[in-house]
Design a protein around this ligand. Structure first.
Ligand code: FES
Length: 513
């Protein structure tokens, strides 16, 4: 299915597809924890061939920046926050994602690329399990639900998608479940390994070890290898934090406590130990080369990155609120609908937004994305006050061979009074608000062959025959025709007096019928 809509919608969709694909492989990678930690790691190495290549990294970063940016622009341009429930749910889930996701990116990709940290599964699981496991699990579920909703509302009009809906739904449910299970199994394994290593380190630390690692013997003494101050009673320097495998604390989830494997002086505000080190050994690597202390630490980035997004979110809401306030001062226009309703509105919103804000049912299967054409209206009066169709609107109108004065309500922003007739009546389903429908009741787009059957001269014939004979003839005709239609994959839509309408392509491809 080709992305449609204006360039912002296309960018949002394409970047969303990139992120959804990334998330799918990421969760599959988690699921391999059910097999083994090594399987997880191996698959991650394969994924990194793509995602850590120059091109792959560029695409990923572009998608991570583009997708939320387009969403914020869409929010700022809205004229009403009234929207279908599914759209509101998907949007709210999307707004929750950056809080945990950006922190996760900071301690994984950014720590790896800019601070030289390893971010393999063992490292990440060691840091996340068990204290941060719940947050990571919630992030996984939110990301996946948000993505699946986006995919569903993009594809739901497609016949191919409808056909594959149940297997895809099963996959959509199974993948995160397996991912969480794999994450849990592997996390517990890594935690057990850490505990065992800490126990061994503690046991070694108590022994008097004569292997030459005592006071500066073998280069481990005065921190020449970055292993901290080794002592006779703690020959490996594992005392305070066991080389990063010690007793991880809430404030030090990655176990980089007092001297996490030689990464310098870790602090509460810098649990990864990537912050300030000694002046002549900033990372505690004991390198003879003098390195400059980093201006920011991973912890700084982790703490502040989400707030950058939420600052932009506040800005988008501010623009939205400012536009609302401005619109209140502008002269109002009137939209009259063929059904007799009237809506007064400031200039600025799209016609669909005006309908929604006044709770006037208006079909909009694609949610106002300019893809479905179900919101189209015939502009009876006031068409001269509208801007010409954009390329995206013109393309959608051309697909349905729309006549003159037909416009998409989700794309036009009335600049003056309008009189319109809706071309597609809003679908009303019991228990569901009109015009906000979804699912089967909305229908789908599909190529079909349609058969109309009609009896020639039926009126004259029926005038000469007894009513029972007419009914008998029609019953025989419809029985024979019905069998033939069904035998060829057709579906009888309706009977109309002496006529019958059948469609081919509902239960099979139109070419097979
Ligand atoms: S084209 Fe789908 S709602 Fe306007």
């Amino acid at each position: 299915m080709t992305p449609t809509g204006d360039w912002q919608q296309k960018l949002r969709l394409i970047s969303g597809l990139v992120l959804f694909t990334f998330a799918g492989f990421h969760f599959f990678n988690h699921a391999l924890g059910l097999i083994s930690l090594e399987a997880m790691q191996q698959f991650q190495d394969w994924r990194h061939v793509v995602t850590r290549s120059a091109a792959g990294g560029l695409v990923l970063v572009a998608a991570i920046i583009t997708h939320p940016t387009m969403a914020l622009i869409k929010l700022a341009r809205r004229s009403t926050l009234r929207m279908p429930l599914w759209e509101a749910t998907q949007g709210l889930l999307g707004l929750c994602i950056p809080f945990y996701l950006l922190q996760h990116i900071a301690v994984s990709r950014i720590a790896h690329d800019y601070f030289g940290a390893t971010d393999d599964y063992k490292y990440m699981l060691g840091g996340l399990w068990p204290d941060l496991a719940w947050a990571q699990s919630i992030l996984l579920l939110i990301v996946w639900t948000h993505g699946c909703m986006g995919m569903h509302y993009w594809l739901r009009l497609s016949a191919g998608y409808r056909k594959l809906f149940m297997p895809l739904l099963a996959l959509a449910v199974m993948l995160p479940m397996l991912g969480l299970a794999g994450f849990s199994v592997a996390g517990r394994q890594v935690a057990a390994d850490k505990a065992e290593k800490a126990r061994q380190a503690a046991a070694y630390g108590k022994k008097s070890y004569s292997g030459g690692y005592g006071e500066d013997s073998g280069g481990y003494g005065a921190d020449s290898g970055g292993y901290g101050a080794a002592k006779k009673s703690d020959p490996y320097g594992y005392g305070a934090d066991g080389g990063g495998y010690g007793a991880a604390k809430k404030s030090d989830p990655y176990g980089y406590g007092a001297d996490s494997g030689g990464y310098g002086a870790a602090k509460k505000s810098d649990p990864y130990g990537y912050g300030e080190g000694e002046e002549d050994d900033p990372y505690g690597y004991g390198s003879p080369a003098k390195a400059a202390a980093p201006a920011v630490s991973v912890e700084d980035i982790k703490q502040n990155l989400p707030w950058l997004f939420y600052g932009l979110l506040a800005l988008a809401f501010g623009i939205f609120a400012g536009r609302q306030a401005l619109q209140l001062r502008l002269p109002r226009l009137t939209v009259r609908y063929a059904g007799g309703q009237t809506a007064r509105s400031p200039r600025g919103p799209t016609l669909l937004e005006i309908s929604r804000s006044r709770r006037i049912p208006h079909a909009s299967i694609c949610g106002g994305r300019g893809r479905c054409s179900t919101c189209r209206v015939h502009v009876n009066e006031g068409v001269e006050g509208l801007d010409p169709p954009s390329a995206a609107e013109a393309a959608t109108l051309a697909r349905v061979q729309a006549g003159p004065n037909i416009r998409l309500a989700c794309q036009i922003r009335p600049g003056g009074d309008l009189d319109v007739s809706q071309m597609v009546p809003p679908i009303t389903v019991p228990g569901q608000k009109a015009g906000y429908g979804s699912g089967e009741a909305d229908g789908i787009e599909r190529d079909m062959a349609v058969l109309f059957l009609d009896v020639r001269g039926f009126t004259a014939m029926s005038a000469e025959k007894l009513p029972y004979d007419v009914v008998h003839i029609l019953n025989h005709l419809f029985e024979a025709a019905g069998q033939a239609v069904r035998a060829h994959g057709g579906w009888i839509d309706k009977y109309m007096g002496d006529g019958m309408m059948a469609v081919f392509g509902r239960d099979c491809e139109v070419g097979e019928a």
